[in-house]
Design a protein around this ligand. Structure first.
Ligand code: S3P
Length: 449
């Protein structure tokens, strides 16, 4: 794999515990291009690696998580090259080779789970490892269906390290216990190499980027409500695509604009997909001033430019059913709720406990460290809003190596009365390497120590 600058950037972030601080100051103004979507970036690399022939990917998110997937696809036999125009992947035609060393997916749940599905479907053998956070996350949700298809899986109590050997796979009819796009996608990727029709019956709709991208590589997949069907085996053909902007990353600038007085910020090119846009609907229900204009379509996804202006926010009692469409946005939504008027209840957040950290506990602690009353009842998070000028701040946020807690803490500091510091900004690079620079470009007083 030929990687120059992005790889160097990734290496320099690993293990670097740099604290960071943010303070209230002037209004945030300007336009920002949303960074490439993380979910779409992983899928683009993996499908290109499975395809026959060459693919071109523009706008790939060059974050730690995605670069880990890029390295893994190279270790599995794909040609992975970065040049001035973007990424060029020479696919394996569905024939992964056995890597010489364990595939290290770092912090990336999406990378490891989707690649397990892809490896199983090609019949290859690979070992999977990750950092301490990834090593504590549940993998049985993916290994169980892959084993049911005929893959040989050995794990450490359903966790990494995992050894996986694909065999001639058979199709399955699977109903995952949790709403998870990672589980659905891992099964669909394995199904590309399986004999017969695989069916995934989702308990609730989850992001459908795999289903939208497969046809661009010549794949066929059918969705009917909550049921997704894929008839295997299928071979894919390399293609050209552009990665659209990430609504989960855009959320930080948007919420900062809503809570920092006098702000007006436009984030351009972000995915507008019902399976990802829960946060923006919720913010509007809370009274947020958001305006949209249509953008181009990329990788099967519509995009929009979204403008946010400061205004009063009202508390919300949020139903659990919406969680999959905004699962990564709860920490920063909780920050918005802290600046709203009234008590917010965010329901049904059990899955947050299985993210890069226990995000439910981490979000509550982030708020309480800054003088906000927050508590967990069962799987619900309850936040007592302090109103637009009522948040004290002044806390030191423990991020537990979780990029989204880190960015949420820094956004809170932009509108609180006292500065907010975080213990480790290094992990922000797993999903949004340019975050602090982008926020500074809008006028934010935010820096690493
Ligand atoms: C992702 C799905 C979500 C999300 C993650 C990315 C994906 O996880 O939290 O950041 O790309 O499929 P689950 O589907 O497991 O909830």
């Amino acid at each position: 794999m030929q990687l120059a600058t992005p790889e160097a950037a990734f290496v320099s972030h690993q293990g670097s515990e740099k604290s960071a601080i943010s303070r209230s100051g002037k209004a945030l103004c300007g336009r920002l291009r949303a960074p490439g979507d993380k979910s779409v970036s992983h899928r683009a690399l993996i499908l290109a690696a499975l395809a026959q022939g060459e693919s071109r990917i523009r706008g790939l998110l060059e974050s730690g998580d995605v670069l880990a997937t890029a390295r893994a696809t190279a270790a599995l036999g794909a040609g992975v090259h970065r040049d001035a125009e973007g990424w060029r992947i020479v696919g394996t035609g569905g024939r992964f080779t056995r890597p010489g060393a364990p595939l290290d997916l770092g912090n990336s749940g999406t990378g490891v789970r989707l690649l397990m599905g892809a490896v199983a479907g090609t019949g290859a053998t690979a070992d999977f490892v990750g950092d301490s956070s990834l090593s504590s996350r549940p993998m049985a949700r993916v290994l169980d269906p892959l084993a049911a298809m005929g893959a040989e899986c050995t794990s450490t109590g359903g966790r990494l390290p995992v050894r996986l050997t694909g065999a001639p796979l058979k199709a399955i009819d699977w109903t995952p216990q949790m709403a998870s796009a990672q589980v659905k996608s891992a099964i669909l990727l394995a199904a590309l190499g399986a004999q017969g029709e695989t069916i995934v019956r989702e308990p609730a709709p989850t992001r459908d980027h795999t289903e939208r991208m497969l046809p661009l590589f010549g794949g066929r997949v059918e969705t009917d409500g909550l049921t997704v069907r894929l008839k295997g085996p299928q071979s894919l053909t390399g293609t050209e695509l552009t990665v659209p902007g990430d609504p989960s990353s855009a959320a930080f600038a948007v919420i900062a604009a809503l809570i920092v007085p006098g702000s007006r910020v436009t984030v351009t090119g972000l995915i507008d997909n019902p399976a990802r846009s829960g946060l923006y609907k919720v913010l509007e229900r809370m009274g947020a001033k958001l305006t949209r204009s249509q953008g181009e379509t990329h990788s099967g996804e519509n995009t929009i430019d979204l403008t946010a202006e400061t205004g009063p926010l009202d508390a919300i009692d949020l139903e659990a059913e919406i969680a999959p469409s905004m699962i990564d946005e709860y920490p920063v939504l909780a920050v918005a709720a802290a600046f709203a008027r009234g008590e917010t209840r965010l329901r049904g957040l059990a899955e947050l406990r299985a993210k890069e950290s226990d995000r439910l506990a981490g979000t509550a602690a982030l708020l309480t460290a800054n003088g906000i009353n927050a508590r967990i009842e069962g799987d619900d998070l309850i936040v007592t809003g302090c109103g637009p000028d009522g948040v004290r701040g002044g806390g030191h946020v423990r991020t537990h190596g979780d990029h989204r807690l880190a960015m949420s803490g820094l956004v809170l500091g932009l509108a609180a009365r006292q500065p907010v510091s975080i213990d480790d900004a290094g992990m922000i690079a797993t999903s949004y390497p340019g975050f602090i620079r982008d926020m500074q470009s809008l006028g934010a007083d935010m820096e690493t120590a």
